[in-house]
Design a protein around this ligand. Structure first.
Ligand code: DGL
Length: 268
C-alpha cells in the first residue's frame, strides 16, 4: 500500500479529462495535477521545447513526493517520453501506448484514423505505435488545431464546432476508417460533435479512459496502489491565472475545482 499521490501534468486544463477518468477508475488515489497554462499550447511547439517544458513539470511534481507520473498531454507523450524515461527514475505513463492498443483492438476493417495537435500528428507517434502492434493496419493522421480553442471557449457542442469538424474530418471520407483515435486532451469534449460527423460506423477511442485502466494495472503490478479505505484527495496547480483554470477546468473535470495554486514553473 502506498498513499503517496499520483502526479499528472498537461499543457493546461485539458489533462483534467484524464484526471476525470483516473478519479473514476481509482477513487482511492490522491492526485496532484499541474497545468502549464502559462506556456499553452504545446501542440504547435517543437519537440525540444515540449520536452524541456515536460521535464520541468515533472521536477515540480517530484518535489511534491508523487509515486508515479501520468503524462496526460498527448503532445508531450508523443514528443518527450524517451527523454522523460531516461531522466527520471519513477514509473511514468503516457497516453499514446494505451490509446494505440485500444485502437488496434477496436478496428475490424483495419483502417484507423488519428486526430491530434499539429505536433502529435507530425511525430506520427500514434501511427507508429499502432503499426508496431499490428503492421497490417492502415493509418491516416489529421491535425485539427482549431479544436483546442473551440473547446476552451465552451463551444464544443456548437454549430461552429460541427462545421469545423466536418471540414477537418472530410479528409477521412475516402479512407473507410472504422476507428478514430481522439489523440488530444480536449477532444473527448467533442465526442458528440465528432460522432455526429463520423456516423455510427466509426468507433471513437478516448485514450484518457485507456490510460486510467493502464494506470491501475501499473500501480497494482508495482505494489503502489493506495489503501482501499482512503478517499482520494486532489490538489491542482497552474503556471498562470488560477481563476481561468478553475473556470475552464470545471468543464473538463465535470465537477467544481475548489482551489488552485499558482506555480512559478521557470524555477524547476
Ligand atoms: N494538451 C494538448 C494535447 O493533448 C493539447 C493542448 C496543447 O496544444 O497544448 O496534445
Amino acid at each position: 500500500m502506498d498513499d503517496r499521490p499520483i502526479g499528472v501534468f498537461d499543457s493546461g486544463v485539458g489533462g483534467l479529462t484524464v484526471v476525470k477518468e483516473l478519479m473514476e477508475e481509482l477513487p482511492n488515489e490522491n492526485i496532484i495535477y499541474f497545468g502549464d497554462t502559462a506556456r499553452l499550447p504545446y501542440g504547435s511547439r517543437s519537440a525540444d521545447v515540449v520536452t524541456r517544458y515536460s521535464l520541468q513539470c515533472i521536477r515540480f511534481l517530484m518535489e511534491k513526493g508523487v509515486k508515479a507520473i501520468i503524462v496526460a498531454c498527448n503532445t508531450a507523450s508523443a514528443m518527450g517520453m524517451d527523454a522523460i524515461k531516461s531522466t527520471f527514475d519513477i514509473p511514468v505513463m503516457g497516453v499514446i501506448e494505451s490509446g494505440a492498443r485500444a485502437a488496434a483492438t477496436s478496428s475490424k476493417n483495419g483502417s484507423i484514423g488519428v486526430i491530434g495537435t499539429e505536433g502529435t500528428i507530425a511525430t506520427g507517434a500514434y501511427q507508429k505505435e499502432i503499426k508496431r502492434i499490428n503492421p497490417h493496419l492502415k493509418l491516416t493522421g489529421i491535425a485539427c488545431p482549431l479544436f483546442v480553442p473551440i473547446v476552451e471557449e465552451g463551444w464544443a457542442d456548437s454549430e461552429i464546432a460541427y462545421l469545423t469538424a466536418r471540414k477537418y474530418l472530410s479528409a477521412f471520407e475516402d479512407k473507410g476508417i472504422d476507428t478514430l483515435v481522439l489523440g488530444c486532451t480536449h477532444y473527448p469534449l467533442l465526442f458528440n460533435t465528432i460522432s455526429r460527423v463520423m456516423g455510427p460506423g466509426v468507433t471513437l477511442v478516448n485514450p484518457a479512459k485507456q490510460v486510467a485502466h493502464a494506470t491501475r494495472h501499473m500501480l497494482e503490478d508495482k505494489g503502489l496502489i493506495s489503501a482501499r479505505n482512503c478517499q482520494g484527495r486532489y490538489k491542482y496547480y497552474a503556471s498562470d491565472s488560477v481563476e481561468r483554470f478553475q473556470r475552464v477546468g470545471t468543464a473538463f473535470l465535470k465537477k467544481a475545482i475548489q482551489s488552485v495554486e499558482r506555480v512559478d514553473i521557470h524555477r524547476y
